[in-house]
Write a protein that binds this ligand. Structure first.
Ligand code: ZN
Length: 466
């Protein structure tokens, strides 16, 4: 019989329920088999006691660009009158042009380490750096994707590498030199996507990601979607982050991006729309009907001044919402969860906004704490095409623990676990993180942390002197 391990925290939040005096049972393959009372542990099981800790399903970061960590906090000033997303983008091009394959590996490692420290167990890495700084293909055209994957494996985080297609600067725009490392031809892209998919290993999956309707024309989004269906891959794309994207799409095709995707059968359960800020209620209805996910990135969107995601409409109309750390302005997915609500409070000068929306659409099944935690966990796993995210039987044992004596959540009761995690928990309270039953962060310690930091600092120094 397979050897079982029982994780025995003081409180446990699994399959949407809070438990006390209970253990999470995990088999040798790293999958959850169930929850048992502490008084009736299975005979012969290894017991990992976690006194003073609460255990949660791991957080799913469904949208990340790791290399953007390199200029965090360094593009906050006003460069010229009316600093916007588009001037931030120039800073992003500078970082993209700088990275060698080894630099990318080192930046990704520190970023993934920080994700673990925030309780994140899986990352959807929306990867669009493919070529060398001069715009030529590496001898292995998947070299940079392989570096990011190797970085995830070395840290231990689960990764879905969303291999990104980027074919043009935009409708009627000449190629942009800052995008030299992103461009491939459509045929190259499809061949490289297939090769990468065939090379995926344990803890690594692949997804297809036409960057946006701006960067990939409709006909090519259709052929990428067909290939993704053939390979059973999730498909992610940026949609309606900026009003200018909607206008450009209307100029080229007539309808707005979501209406265009809908008309061509491109909204499916395997599709995730990133941002989707500038949508109307009809578009949210179509997204919900297609069981398409929206990945919201509030801490990045507020940093970039993108606008406020109308999460009240999305929740009320039944859209599945996941979260991403996107530009890495902050790596704290529970902060993204709470900002979804807080941005609307500032806008509407009211409180409890999403609570009302969730109750409308889910018939009081869930109030807002559990709903937002579901978005930060199971909805993200689903968006990445992965099982898990709730610690139900059969799920991979991807989880994190928090220190119940941390002052930010001191005195919480078991029934408050999800709401306190979303609205009160400080990221520094995260203690242990496991992926597939393997503990990667043990009481905040990661075995590689010192070398990861040192190597990152060396890259950072060169970037700043560059
Ligand atoms: Zn993005």
């Amino acid at each position: 019989m397979s050897r079982l391990t029982v994780y025995l925290p003081e409180m446990l939040y699994a399959a949407g329920q809070a438990h006390t005096d209970s253990g999470l049972v995990v088999d040798e393959s790293g999958h959850v088999t169930g929850i048992v009372p502490a008084a009736a542990l299975p005979r012969g099981a290894a017991v990992v006691r976690l006194p003073g800790k609460a255990l949660f399903p791991g957080l799913a970061n469904a949208h990340s660009h790791t290399f953007q960590r390199l200029f965090r906090g360094r593009a906050e000033g006003r460069i010229s009158g009316g600093d916007t997303f588009w001037t931030w983008r120039e800073q992003m091009y500078r970082a993209a042009a700088f990275c060698s394959p080894e630099d990318l590996y080192d930046i990704a490692r520190v970023t993934f380490l920080e994700m673990l420290q925030a309780g994140i167990t899986v990352v959807g890495e929306f990867h669009y750096l493919h070529r060398d700084p001069a715009g030529n293909s590496y001898s292995d055209p998947n070299l940079l994707a392989a570096k990011v994957i190797a970085a995830a494996q070395s840290v231990g985080i689960r990764i879905c590498l969303l291999r990104t297609a980027y074919f043009r600067a935009g409708f009627n725009l000449a190629p942009h030199p800052g995008q030299r490392r992103f461009y491939e031809t459509p045929d190259e892209y499809l061949a490289n996507l297939t090769d990468l998919t065939n090379a995926a290993g344990p803890g690594v999956t692949i997804g297809a990601a036409p960057h946006s309707i701006r960067a990939v024309p409709l006909a090519q989004i259709q052929s990428i979607a067909a290939e993704a269906r053939h390979l059973s891959l999730p498909i992610h794309l940026h949609v309606s982050e900026q009003p200018a994207e909607n206008t450009a799409c209307q100029a080229e095709y007539g309808p707005t991006p979501v209406t265009l995707l809908d008309a061509h059968g491109l909204l499916t359960p395997a599709t995730t729309l990133v941002h989707a800020i500038h949508l109307n209620d009809f578009e949210f209805t179509r997204v919900a009907a297609a069981q398409t996910t929206i990945c919201s990135c509030p801490t990045t969107e507020r940093n970039l001044g993108d606008g406020i995601f109308p999460a009240d409409s999305a929740f009320r109309l039944g859209v599945s919402v996941a979260f991403g750390t996107d530009s890495q302005a902050q790596i704290d997915l529970l902060e993204d969860a709470r900002q979804l609500e807080y941005h609307l409070r500032l806008q509407d000068r009211e409180r409890g906004i999403l609570d009302g929306s969730a109750r409308d659409s889910w018939a009081n099944r869930d109030a807002i704490g559990p709903a937002l935690l579901h978005s930060a966990t199971a909805a993200g796993y689903r968006a990445l095409g992965l099982p898990g995210g709730s610690l139900a039987p059969g799920d991979p044992a991807d989880f994190f623990t928090i220190d119940l004596s941390d002052t930010s959540i001191l005195g919480l009761t078991p029934a408050e676990l999800p709401t306190q995690a979303v609205f009160a928990l400080n990221r520094a309270a995260v203690r242990d993180v496991a992926v597939q039953g393997r503990i990667l962060l043990h009481d905040c310690q990661h075995p590689e942390a010192d070398s990861i930091r040192d190597r990152y600092l060396a890259v950072q120094r060169r970037f700043l002197n560059h």
